[in-house]
Every structure is written in C-alpha cells, then in structure tokens.
Write a protein that binds this ligand. Structure first.
Ligand SMILES: Nc1ncnc2c1ncn2[C@@H]1O[C@H](COP(=O)(O)OP(=O)(O)OP(=O)(O)O)[C@@H](O)[C@H]1O
Length: 680
C-alpha cells in the first residue's frame, strides 16, 4: 500500500472499510437493498479499475457523491456526512428499513473528517490543489467532494455570473420619468416592484424573487415595456424571449403574461414587440435526441437581447450552466421565482443559493443611492442590511417583492405560508386550529384507509375533490353521433382537464404506505369502488397521467398532465360507422387553449396522478391542494416542502397528517442542499 494511505490504517475502521473487496460487498448490499443506484455502485467499480490502489474510503466517497447527486446535492460534504451519516445521506431510503443492511452511521462511525480528506487528496482519482488544471474524475474543494462535471458546472455558473455582474448598464436620461409613469398607480411604500424593475433594467443579470401573487409577472411585463419603448423608438426592437423550466409553468406564464401585456399603458407599437408566448427551457436551448448537449451553446448562442426565465427555483445547476453558456454576452438575463420554494429535483438549488441574502437586501450605498434617485423612493425605513459591491455583487442585482396582492392578511393560505416560511411551527399550527380562516383545513389520518382521506379526495360542496372532473367527464360527454372532427370533443376534454385542476393530492414521499405510489393506487381503487371509474388498473377512461420523461417528437414534457378519454374516431373506410377509441388528452401548453389527443401506447413514461409529489407540483396551481404527510421522520420533510405545497393552492389548502407532530417537525426543518455556489 502506498505510503500516503498508511494513515488510514492507523485509525480503527469497521470491517466494511478494511479492504476494497469488503467495501464493494457493502456497496453491493446497499444496491440490492435499493439504497444505492446501480450507477453509484458502478462509479466505485470504475474508479477501482482505473486506480487499483484506491483505498476503500475513496471508493465509498465516490459512490456517495453519486448517490447525493441523485438527492439533489451537487457535492458530498464530508463534515456534515460524518456528523449525521444516515440523515445526511437519506439512508435507509423512504419507506425502507435497515434489517440486515449496515447503516452508513455504523460504517462511518470511526472515520474522522481529516483522515477522509487526506485520503481523497492523496488519491490518483481526485484533483484537489489546482482542479482546473487537472482531468481526474473527482474534485475535492475543502471538505466538498464533486464529480468533475458538477464542479465544472458550478465554476462555469460562478464565472459567467461574475462576468455579467461586473458593471451596471447605462439607462436612458428619461429613465426615472418613464419608471414613474409605469408605476403611477402604485400604493406600496416603498414600491418593491418599481425598485425591482429599476435594478433589472440596469443589469445583464438580475433576480426578481417573491412569494405567490407578489407581482413578479406584473413587474417583468412593465420592465419589458420599459426596455422595449426606447428600442422601438430607435427602430431596433429588442429580441425578447420568455421561458420556464416545465411545460406547465410555461403554460401558466403564457396565460398570465398575455393578460398583463394587454393592460399595459404603452403605445400599441411597443405592446406588439412584447412577446406573450413562453417556451420551455429545453425547447429554447434546442434539446437533441439522446444527448445532454443543446443545439444552442457557447459556439451557437441564442439569438436574443433579453431572456426572462420564470419559476427559476426549478432550474438545476446543469441547466443554469447551459443557459449561461448559450446566452450572448450583451443579453440581459432576468430570473423570476420564489426563492423559498423547493429546489429542482435535479442537483443544485441555484435560485435559493443566489438569493441567500435577498431578505436582508444587502444593497451597497451606491446601489441604494441610485435606486432612490431613479425610483423616487426612500429605502431609509426598510431595515435592510447595508452591503458592499465587492462582497455582495449578486445582491446588487436582486430584488425581493414583499407584498402579496393575492394573499393578503385576510387569507389563511397567505398567513399559513408566511408562518411556515418563518419556520414558525407553533404559529402555523394555531392558524390551522383557530378556525379563523375558511380556506385552510386540517385532518388527522389514523391509517392509510382513513375515511377522512377518502372524503377529501371525493370532495364536497365547499371543497373541490376528484368527483368534479369525473362528473364533468360524464355530464359533458358529446353525444355518441357527434362527428369525430367536431370541436365538441376538444371542448369536452378541455373542460375535464380544467375540472381536474381544481383539486390535487400532494405527497411528500414516493414510497411506503403514505407515498405517491400507494396512495395513487388507493385512490384509483376508491373511485372504482364508488362506480366513478370503470377500472383501477391499466388504461381506463378517466385515468389522469403525469408525463415523467420529455418526448420531443410528441411535444410532451416531463410534468405534463393528461386524462384518458374515449373519443370519436373517423371510420376506417367510407360507409363504415364512426368508431370510438381511448386517447389521452393533453393541453397544448402554447397558450392556444388547444388539446392534443395521444394514443396511450405512444406515450413515453407516465404515472397515474391522483397523487403527485410536491416536487412535481411546482409550477402548477390548484383550486384545492391537499398535502399528505407521512409519519416517519425523513430528510425530505422540510419547511420548503410544506411551503411549496401550501402555495400550490389558490383557494383552499388541506393538511392531512398521519401522525401528530409531523407537521411541526417538517416546518422546523429548513432544507439543506449542499453546494458551493458562490462560496468559493
Ligand atoms: N402593484 C399592484 N397593485 C395591484 N395589484 C397588483 C399589483 N401587482 C400585481 N397585482 C395583481 O396581483 C395578482 C398577482 O400578480 P402577478 O401574477 O404579477 O404575481 P406573481 O408573483 O407573478 O404570481 P405567481 O404566484 O402566479 O407567480 C394579479 O392579479 C395582479 O394583477
């Protein structure tokens, strides 16, 4: 064994870490228990082939970095992993027990951070001193271990943002006047929307963050008018593009932006140059089959001057790096989103990381003076923390909208969301108990078959449930002899999809009795037993499905929701009677209100969606959202998860708890995504 590894043998280690054979056996047992993905195990095997002298701790770290990526962490933080290994690694996974499988806390109990770091730094598969000059598959930065690719994304994002944040762009002489005109109706003091608009106008990168209904869309529409008016006057309209991470989010923004552009107090020629169509980021960048590389990248940049991305909390690190790489140097990038929402399912929490200090403002004296001068607003009474241009460059281009125009103090949903966001579990519980608000509800569930769950799912006079869309499906069905080409079929499908949007059951976890998979099946059985669905397995009319993989040929995106309906089909040959067939109806997501019907067998991966994870619900809104919390403590039960679930509801929110206290535990636990964005 090479000299540098000797220190590892100095500390007592558990049998699994004694040699590589034992370590691989451990990884095999974790993989067969479903604790690790085959990919995680394969990485350790691959590295061992490349460097047969690799010590067990390095191979273990490699498998764990890969495992952590699958849980949204860009890197493995050695110190926090050793502090609470099972919790940090989310092992055993949700719904699993540890019976014969050794827990990470047992395997790692004797390992010290310094020893782990030293073993990694000395390994031939890890670059640590000057990673940019190296090519090794793993990169160690302090106590954070990365797969090289993710380290590179993080560096690319940091460098691209630093470049974009360098010097503010000049604004026109009449900027203050035009800003005043656009926000003449404002009642707020200070008017954060006006301030956000000013900041975004002067930068090649800016962030506008805020909770639901705080006016992010309103602000950005006015910003676009502000930027476009002088460009139109000069005969060179800006090329503006709007995008969102998912089809559903893009469809929502298309709808709300269209409304807002219509109401803008600007001349028609300016209005005509403000787009209302929103595309997905994948489509904007030009995704290519079987490749993670986009058509638009550094050598083939996007053709645009302004890019607005909504629901930016869903952007993962890789996507952010790709967007920045494809953006022409002169273009403005504006991110809109709610920093307090859950991050993307993929690795990275870009918006949350960039908005760490948004609450405190941290404007430098220079930024504050400029903002006060152009907006005519005083920031003196805001209680913001003063920052500096050099130490907080992102903050100089970030604005947080703080007043919800949708959920005021008379809204239980708004109050509950705010309490949860403050991690105020007691306050949040009191709001639920008090009965003061008619829009928030809570139920205790004693077991997965509790009748209270069934009652919530079916719905009532006052609280929408799934009965609504099933009634619409029956009552609104066109007569059997309606010609296949009639619009009546599309109208019916649109109404059924719309009614389905009125309720959604949200789960925190996938596995176990309280996970999405089991609850989906239970709800299907319930609706079938009540005679509301013709079947509960396979394809049947009324089955709602969630697309879980992009299919560019079909134009379906991960997150799209469709419902199987029996519709008329033209006869196969002239003179024959019209047929009916089961097709899955999807909204077109392009703002046209159109419906597309797809053969079930042509669909990419889909799941039934009587219940969906809170993660998947991001970017969607439902009249009534009901959150089911499982009893077991789990790293995914965080205040961000609860906040995201509550803010999916537009009129009613229900909390369904399987154990008293689980809500408080979740609300008291802020999420921790490990990354080094802007830290190093
Ligand atoms: N300054 C304002 N004064 C009055 N009403 C406003 C103002 N700003 C926004 N609104 C209204 O509040 C509602 C929410 O605004 P908007 O859709 O812009 O918010 P958002 O932050 O984009 O919401 P979402 O949660 O959908 O992302 C809209 O009805 C809008 O017309």
């Amino acid at each position: 064994m090479p000299e540098q590894y000797e220190l590892l043998t100095a500390t007592p280690v558990c049998p699994e870490l004694q040699d590589n054979r034992s370590l691989l056996a451990l990884l095999d047992s974790w993989q067969s228990a479903g604790w690790l993905r085959p990919l995680d195990r394969a990485l350790a095997g691959f590295l061992l082939e490349q460097a047969p002298d690799c010590p067990p701790l390095v191979l273990l770290a490699a498998a764990l970095v890969s495992h952590q990526l699958g849980h949204g962490h860009v890197c493995l933080d050695l110190a926090s992993t050793l502090q609470a290994p099972d919790f940090a690694l989310s092992l055993p996974p949700e719904g699993a027990t540890s019976e014969d499988t050794p827990l990470p806390s047992k395997v790692l109990q004797e390992v010290q951070v310094a020893d782990w770091q030293a073993a990694l730094a000395a390994s031939p598969v890890v670059d640590s001193d000057t990673p940019a000059a190296g090519v090794r598959p793993l990169v160690l930065v302090g106590q954070r271990l990365y797969l090289r690719r993710y380290w590179q994304y993080e560096r690319d994002v940091v460098n691209a943002l630093a470049e974009r944040l360098q010097a503010p762009l000049p604004v026109s002489d009449d900027f203050a006047e035009r800003l005043q005109q656009l926000f003449a109706d404002s009642q707020q003091v200070p008017d954060w929307q006006r301030l956000a608009c000013a900041l975004a106008a002067r930068g090649r990168f800016s962030i506008i963050t805020g909770g639901p209904g705080t006016g992010k869309t309103t602000t950005v529409v006015r910003l676009l008018a502000l930027l476009q008016a002088p460009a139109v006057a000069a005969g060179q309209p800006l090329r503006i593009r709007l995008a969102a991470p998912t089809g559903k989010a893009a469809a929502r923004l298309t709808e709300s932006i269209g409304r807002q552009v219509g109401q803008l107090p600007v001349p028609d020629d300016v209005r005509a140059e403000i787009p209302t169509a929103v595309s997905t980021l994948h489509r904007l960048l030009g995704s290519q089959p079987h490749s993670r590389h986009f058509r638009h990248q550094r050598d083939n940049p996007l053709v645009l001057d302004v890019l607005v991305i909504d629901e930016a909390s869903m952007i993962d690190l890789e996507m952010m790096a790709c967007v920045l790489a494809a953006l022409p140097a002169h273009a403005r990038l504006i991110l809109l989103g709610d920093k307090d929402q859950l991050a993307s399912v993929e690795a990275g929490a870009v918006l949350g990381d960039l908005c760490r200090q948004a609450e405190q403002g941290c404007y430098s004296a220079r930024t504050r003076d400029w903002l006060e001068a152009v907006s005519g607003q005083s920031l003196a009474a805001t209680g913001l923390t003063e920052g500096t241009d050099a130490q907080q460059p992102i903050e100089q281009q970030t604005a947080m909208l703080r007043f919800s125009h949708r959920f005021g103090s008379d809204s239980g949903i708004g109050e509950l969301a705010r309490a949860v966001n403050r991690c105020d579990a007691t306050g949040a519980r009191q709001l639920l108990y008090s009965g003061q608000f008619a829009d928030i509800h809570q139920r205790s569930l004693s077991q997965p078959t509790d009748p209270a769950l069934a009652a919530c799912v079916l719905g009532s006079e006052t609280l929408p449930g799934y009965q609504l869309y099933l009634q619409q499906l029956k009552a609104g069905r066109p007569a059997a002899d309606t010609p296949a080409e009639s619009d009546a079929w599309q109208d019916w499908a649109r109404a059924v999809l719309h009614a389905f949007d009125r309720f959604q059951l949200l789960c925190a976890v996938r596995k176990g009795d309280w996970g999405v998979e089991a609850i989906n099946q239970r709800v299907a059985s319930l609706l079938h037993a009540r005679g509301l669905l013709p079947a509960e397995r396979g394809w049947y009319e009324g089955r709602p499905v969630l697309v879980t993989r992009n299919d560019y040929a079909l134009g379906l995106m991960n997150g799209d929701i469709g419902i199987a309906l029996r519709i008329a089909e033209p006869p196969l040959s002239a003179g024959e009677p019209q047929r009916t067939a089961l097709r899955v109806a999807f909204p077109r997501n392009d703002g046209s209100g159109g419906i597309r019907f797809v053969l079930p067998s042509r669909l990419p991966q889909v799941d039934s969606v009587f219940a969906m994870t809170v993660h998947k619900s991001q970017g969607s809104e439902f009249t009534h959202a009901a959150l089911v919390l499982p009893p077991a403590r789990n790293p995914v039960l965080t205040k961000e998860l609860v906040y995201t679930a509550i803010t999916r509801a537009s009129a009613h929110f229900s909390l369904l708890e399987s154990r008293a206290g689980v809500f408080e535990e979740a609300v008291s636990t802020p999420v921790r995504r490990i990354s080094g964005l802007l830290l190093s």
